[in-house]
Write a protein that binds this ligand. Structure first.
Ligand SMILES: CC(C)(COP(=O)(O)OP(=O)(O)OC[C@H]1O[C@@H](n2cnc3c(N)ncnc32)[C@H](O)[C@@H]1OP(=O)(O)O)[C@@H](O)C(=O)NCCC(=O)NCCS
Length: 180
């Protein structure tokens, strides 16, 4: 999606559209197992070329809004937050977030998720935002529950990772549920 240089400010963060300037930033976490253990794409080792390809694909996709986030305090890179599969007919999109490990537990994910939901429900006029999460991802589950996402169901034995089949929760939040 063409985000036309859109910048979103939260209390402590600045979100800018992801572009090729962010290759080195993403490399800060792309090969950290604690961060990418729950990711589909980043489970494979990543170098500059692979990340650049990833950025270009997401930058040019019409159904995608991908932001990199920086702390206002010191301009340091914090992580990414995004919407994928944006569907204007059904007015829904899939959300995701990655924060580099050194920036965990400072409330950044909460701020970024609230900002991307505001973008989804106000700027894009969507009705529903959803995601899938490994049932074992306690930190992620804590985050989504705190924001107001609800479990819709279990995708049983949905992914084969590290030699095992894993269940996923399907979670979502509706526009009217923001602030619940
Ligand atoms: C999950 C992730 C985004 C959280 O980022 P973060 O910036 O550390 O999260 P925050 O500090 O904003 O915490 C947000 C909420 O998450 C919950 N949370 C944080 N750590 C938790 C833990 N260890 N267990 C359970 N809940 C936890 C809390 O409810 C917290 O809100 P609160 O402090 O007001 O209670 C980050 O750890 C990450 O990028 N992990 C790897 C990628 C990933 O798993 N993404 C989500 C996949 S769907």
């Amino acid at each position: 999606m063409d985000l036309q240089g859109k910048t979103i400010l939260t209390r402590r963060l600045r979100m800018v559209p992801l572009d090729l300037d962010h290759v080195d930033a993403i490399l800060e976490w792309a090969n950290d197992p604690a961060v990418v253990g729950n990711s589909q794409f980043f489970r494979e080792p990543s170098d500059r070329k692979r990340i650049a390809r990833f950025i270009l694909e997401h930058e040019t996709a019409d159904d995608c809004a991908y932001f990199a986030a920086f702390a206002l305090e010191d301009a340091g890179y914090v992580g990414n937050v995004f919407l994928l599969h944006i569907n204007r007919l059904h007015r829904h999109a899939q959300a995701g977030i990655t924060i580099k490990q050194a920036a965990w537990n400072r409330g950044y994910a909460k701020q970024l998720m609230r900002a991307i939901l505001e973008f989804a429900f106000t700027d894009l006029d969507l009705h529903k935002v959803y995601l899938q999460i490994f049932t074992t991802n306690e930190k992620g589950l804590g985050l989504w529950t705190r924001i107001g996402f609800k479990i819709e169901g279990v995708l049983r034995q949905h992914y084969f990772v590290n030699g095992e089949l894993h269940d996923m929760y399907s979670m979502s939040i509706l526009r009217a549920e923001i602030g619940d």
